[in-house]
Write a protein that binds this ligand. Structure first.
Ligand SMILES: C[S@@+](CC[C@H](N)C(=O)[O-])C[C@H]1O[C@@H](n2cnc3c(N)ncnc32)[C@H](O)[C@@H]1O
Length: 272
């Protein structure tokens, strides 16, 4: 019971910090995301865990991890310097690096108890590369908490209508517009290809659980419409749309896999 109260407090505290995002749909979505994240952190983060957040952005997950495990050693990696600056202000004691999640050279290998990533896989050039990179950072027995978007979910359909993602800090709008014609501009994969990506990592692993974050998701172009509906029906409308989406599409906009790293499979090149 006490754990539950603490959990609500951590999520509420974090939501209060989201001053830029006051729109009802975003707040509903963030509450779901933070509640699921909070539950996972409380299950898998020991109080003094070594924790790395990949694609950490402005540091939401790091803040939540610091609330769930106050003595944890916090590391973050992102390619975007502006987001890292925000994260640095929020978490002065965290070790934050600018770098590429596909090749996180700035982070020590086989060092972390928990590696976490939320909302970056759909921007990746290959989930097999990510799986290998993330698992390489974990100690044997360490946990990867990996959030993935599902193929043919509402999020997938919605992102087909969205501008292609920024490739670098100086990517122009015209280049993004041109790349938007490519339907695979965002990466959404089937469950089978997630399994393939993990198998190709070269590490032994065990999937501990799969946790859905929800099925209903619309990107920002539609938020005005959703906010208008919210004025009439409140948050209940989003809950109903979520179960409706789940029934029709039977897919998750996003879900977590909790994966335990076992040990590296010896390859031909490895010495005994
Ligand atoms: C949708 S945001 C999610 C941010 C944060 N994890 C959250 O949950 O709020 C995706 C983040 O991934 C970062 N990112 C995208 N591609 C990356 C790459 N190749 N290497 C490192 N970070 C990357 C972006 O800069 C951005 O901060």
């Amino acid at each position: 019971m006490i754990v539950q109260d603490l959990s609500v407090n951590a999520v509420d505290l974090l939501l209060k910090q989201e001053t830029a995002t006051t729109r009802p749909f975003i707040r509903w979505h963030l509450r779901r995301k933070f509640c699921v994240m909070d539950g996972l952190f409380r299950r898998y983060l020991a109080p003094d865990a070594k924790f790395a957040d990949i694609g950490c952005g402005p540091g939401d997950a790091l803040v939540l991890a610091s609330l769930c495990a106050p003595d944890a050693e916090l590391w973050g990696l992102d390619m975007d310097s502006a987001s890292l600056q925000v994260a640095r202000k929020r978490l002065p004691s965290a070790i934050l690096h600018q770098g590429d999640m596909h090749d996180p050279q700035e982070l020590p290998k086989e060092y972390f108890d928990v590696v976490h990533e939320f909302g970056a896989a759909f921007l990746s050039r290959g989930w097999d590369i990510l799986a290998r990179a993330y698992l390489s950072l974990l100690k044997d027995g360490g946990i990867l908490l990996w959030e993935l978007p599902q193929r043919y979910s509402l999020a997938h359909i919605a992102y087909l209508l969205t501008l292609a993602p920024r490739k670098s800090e100086d990517d122009s709008r015209w280049d993004r517009l041109f790349r938007s014609l490519n339907p695979s501009k965002y990466r959404f994969e089937s469950d089978a290809s997630v399994m393939r990506a993990l198998q190709m990592s070269g590490y032994e692993y065990e999937i501990l659980e799969r946790v859905s974050i929800g099925s209903f998701y619309f990107p920002k172009y539609f938020h005005g419409l959703l906010d208008w509906g919210w004025k009439l029906f409140g948050d209940r409308m989003f809950d109903v749309l979520d179960s409706l989406t789940k029934t029709v599409l039977q897919s998750d906009a996003g879900y977590y896999l909790a994966i335990r790293k076992k040990s590296r499979v010896a390859s031909d090149g490895d010495t005994a």
